[in-house]
Design a binder for this molecule. Structure first.
Ligand code: FAD
Length: 420
């Protein structure tokens, strides 16, 4: 019997295991795959450095030579490019002006091994079939290895199973996002032409000429680049549900991306990601908590996912410590975790919503002296434990003005995304 059973050894599960072991709380991580295994989500925001530092993982990131991410660049289809280096950004508790792009198979494997080195008991190739609930309280899990099934018990079960959402599905508490229903196709290329304006290795985001359409370009090594195309699922349907046609049509629709891809050779099969925006009705219950994508997933336009996974693990570990101090594993004791995670991710969500409502607004605000710093704080993932985020109010006000005016320059670019 362990103190805590963690379902899933992705970034959220491994980071939670690390924090718990550092706090002297016995934990076990059950991972269905055998790492290394591929995963989408290859570009990190700077806030990830905080948990890395706290669990002693920053040294590993440096030693393993992940590509350093020095900034972000946005490309309109008109050819205009806006790039933002991290070095001018305010950092909280961070003393380096870059974060990382990662090959997730390597990154997730290293993080899982790190958790193990700190004390987590890690079992790979073990699939959790269900969480065991008795009298409304989670008491353990039923797991499967090959054909064999067995039960494990613990006073706390944490679901870190990512978009598999093991417990959320079991409890029927998953609500799909009412606005975002996007579809992504991605792969790796060798020999892609990287932007000449890169001073370091930036993430490049390309606007595509369809509503909520964009593409990413993420350097994985000196030679390999990840490229993904994202659009509303309906746009994919209009491409006759043909993955290659969808990718090629839209990747070539932005002249800068098309030129960068011209000399490149595709080295992986296409992978797809669908229906990935959702929220669980609750993140905690008696004897259980949800962390990372198992709790909520918001559109990945700002590369927020891994940061949210790591911070949710950090915040959950604080409440789990409290639960053991109080010898109380009830929903009430975990509630502050839910409140903090919910309000933090909601900041990302609002930012994303306002961004999609009026694309030029983002460019306008980032160039304005008044708002630039606040936008930068959001972009680096400074979303948790905030009482106010004035820049989001300012963006909403601006949009309302554009809506109300007859001749505003931006008016034709307003989209159908609701903002209230
Ligand atoms: P995961 O990384 O999914 O880990 C969950 C783990 O649980 C997996 O290892 C899985 O094998 C295991 N598991 C699942 N079910 C079971 C089970 N039943 N039993 C045992 N183990 C199980 N994020 C970024 O930060 N930057 C990006 O650039 C970015 N781009 C993205 C682009 C797209 C199109 C999408 C869809 C997402 C993107 N993300 C990005 C988000 C990122 O992928 C996730 O937010 C992140 O991986 C969440 O980590 P996690 O640990 O919660 O879940």
């Amino acid at each position: 019997m362990s103190d805590v059973i963690i379902i899933g050894g992705g970034p959220a599960g491994s980071t939670l295991g690390s924090y718990l072991s550092l706090a002297g709380i016995d934990n076990i991580i059950l991972e269905q795959a055998n790492h290394p295994r591929p995963h989408v989500g290859e570009s990190l925001v700077t806030s990830t450095l905080v948990p890395f530092k706290e669990i002693g993982f920053l040294e590993t990131m440096e030693r393993e030579g992940f590509v350093k991410k020095f900034g972000a660049a946005w490309h309109a289809f008109s050819g205009n490019e806006l790039s933002i280096p991290f070095k001018e950004w305010p950092h909280y508790g961070i003393d380096q002006d870059y974060t990382y792009h990662v090959d997730r198979s390597k990154f997730d494997h290293l993080l899982l091994k790190h958790a193990e080195s700190l004390g987590s008991k890690v079992y790979q190739g073990v699939r959790v079939k269900q969480v065991l609930i008795e009298d409304g309280k989670a008491v353990g899990v039923r797991a499967q290895v090959g054909e064999a099934e067995f039960d494990l018990h613990a006073p706390i079960v944490v679901d870190a199973s990512g978009r598999n959402t093991v417990l959320g599905r079991q409890l029927g508490i998953k609500d799909n996002d009412p606005i975002f229903n996007q579809y992504a196709v991605h792969t790796w290329f060798k020999g892609m032409k990287r932007s000449e304006t890169d001073t370091g290795d930036y993430i490049h985001i390309y606007f595509l000429p369809v509503e909520r359409g964009w593409a990413w370009q993420i350097p994985i090594t000196d030679e390999i680049t990840s490229v993904g195309v994202v659009a509303e699922r309906e746009v994919f349907r209009q491409s006759h549900n043909d993955v290659a046609e969808f990718f090629n049509t839209y990747a070539r629709s932005n002249p800068a991306l098309s030129a960068a891809l011209a000399p490149a050779e595709q080295i992986n099969a296409f992978k797809t990601e669908a229906d990935y925006s959702y929220k669980m009705q609750r993140f905690v219950g008696d004897g259980w908590l949800l962390v990372g994508d198992a709790a909520r997933f918001v559109d990945p336009i700002f590369s927020s996912g891994v940061s949210v996974a790591l911070f949710s693990a950090k915040l959950a570990s604080e409440q789990i410590r409290r639960a053991f101090e109080m010898d109380d594993f009830s929903e009430a004791i975990f509630q502050p975790y839910e409140d903090r995670l919910l309000s933090g991710v909601q900041v990302w969500y609002e930012f994303i919503r306002l961004y999609y409502k009026l694309l030029p607004l983002f460019t306008h605000f980032i160039q304005s002296k008044e708002h630039r710093t606040q936008i930068q704080e959001l972009l680096q993932g400074l979303v948790f434990d905030r009482k106010q985020v004035p820049v989001l109010d300012a963006m909403r006000e601006y949009i309302k003005k554009v809506e109300a005016s007859e001749h505003h320059l931006f008016k034709p670019q307003l989209t159908s995304v609701p903002i209230d």
